[in-house]
Design a protein around this ligand. Structure first.
Ligand code: AMP
Ligand code: MG
Length: 337
């Protein structure tokens, strides 16, 4: 199969909708990362998504909606707090988990009775959902385990020959996947399963917020986790990733300079001085780091890196999300200097 890339205009979106309505799958841009979309009501199409990605069957898909009616079509109960959050953060990088209706197949929910829902803040994605007239189940459009795709080329590099069409909407603005949360205490409070650009601090204005233990820790083998995605190795380029935590730039440079060897790279903020190791900079602010993290990880592969030392991001705000992805890319290896 030849994979086409088309700019995100109305004609291309119509072609994408035609493919999806006929049971096929298409990569679409969103503000977080590129998604691999299928009709959320079509078990066979969703199976194609798992196959193209090589995704474990028990890792559920997020469904993407374009209006609130689609939420009520897909889920049993919507707590008032969810509506408040929807009003405030949708369209945007927030995914909420609800009890699913029967129209959502277990292929989407990974066998669970719940379903994760979000309204993306991307004109192209919203228009595509509108044209399809059904919610679109869409995980990140990468091969399972590799860094998430933040531009059409990343999708092509991973899925060329496995999907018919990529809609090219340019670089994703946020660059990191959505915040995933579930409700606790009969819908009154919030438990974050995956951090994202809608931060714990932002959500804390509306309810009390807890962070799942799996956000910063490796779940034990066979542990029952609330968010199945958290138990898999994720976001990894071929190079070995090691997180370096340090506030002391002199010591950081000293450490990196004493570890220079063929294939070793440093992934840094950009303002560090005296580092002699070849470097890729991923940004000064936490937002820049979120935007650039996955392309920096992919860049290590392009450069043929064997090992990459990545300077730890901030651990608050959106930095929490960047650190969460990096921990998994690094298989939880952290060196503190
Ligand atoms: P991705 O498709 O790569 O953005 O990953 C989707 C994330 O949402 C994974 O971490 C899933 O485990 C999580 N997720 C999706 N649906 C559910 C659900 N019903 N319950 C808990 N986590 C979910
Ligand atoms: Mg993913």
């Amino acid at each position: 199969m030849e994979t086409k890339i088309l700019a995100a205009d109305l004609d291309s979106l119509k072609e994408a909708a035609r493919l999806i309505k006929s049971g096929d799958i298409v990569a679409m841009p969103t503000e977080t990362v590129y998604g691999l979309a299928a009709s959320a009501y079509d078990t066979n199409a969703c199976a194609k998504v798992f196959k193209a990605k090589g995704r474990p069957q028990d890792n559920p898909l997020i469904i993407h909606i374009c209006d609130i009616d689609m939420l009520y079509d897909s889920v049993e109960e919507v707590p008032p707090l969810a509506l408040t959050l929807a009003e405030k953060f949708w369209p945007g990088p927030l995914t909420m988990i609800f009890k699913k209706k029967d129209v959502i197949p277990y292929a989407v929910s990974g066998g669970l009775d719940t379903v994760a829902v979000r309204m993306p803040d991307s004109k192209a994605a919203l228009e595509l959902i509108r044209l399809c007239k059904v919610p679109l189940a869409a995980p990140s459009a990468n091969r399972s385990g590799s860094p998430s795709p933040t531009c059409a080329k990343h999708v092509y590099d991973d899925l060329n020959g496995r999907i018919p069409l990529i809609i090219d909407g340019g670089e994703c603005i946020t660059g990191i996947e959505s915040t995933v949360l579930c409700f606790t205490d009969e819908g009154k409070n919030i438990h974050i399963l995956r951090p994202g650009a809608v931060t714990a601090e932002m959500l804390g204005e509306y309810a009390s917020v807890t962070l799942d233990g799996a956000v910063f820790q490796k779940p034990a083998d066979n542990a029952k986790v609330l968010s199945p995605g958290m138990k898999y190795k994720h976001y990894s380029p071929k190079a070995e990733i090691i997180i370096i935590e340090s506030d002391n730039e002199e010591k950081l440079a000293e450490y990196l300079n004493s570890h220079i060897e063929s294939g070793a790279y440093a992934v840094l903020y950009g303002n560090e001085k005296n580092v002699l190791m070849p470097r890729i900079d991923y940004g000064n602010t936490a937002e820049e780091k979120a935007h650039n993290l996955f392309s920096a990880l992919r860049k290590t592969d392009e450069l043929g890196a064997v090992r990459a030392y990545v300077r730890s991001p901030e651990k608050d705000g959106i930095g929490t999300a960047v650190y969460n992805r990096l921990l998994r890319a690094a298989a939880f290896r952290v060196i503190k200097i």
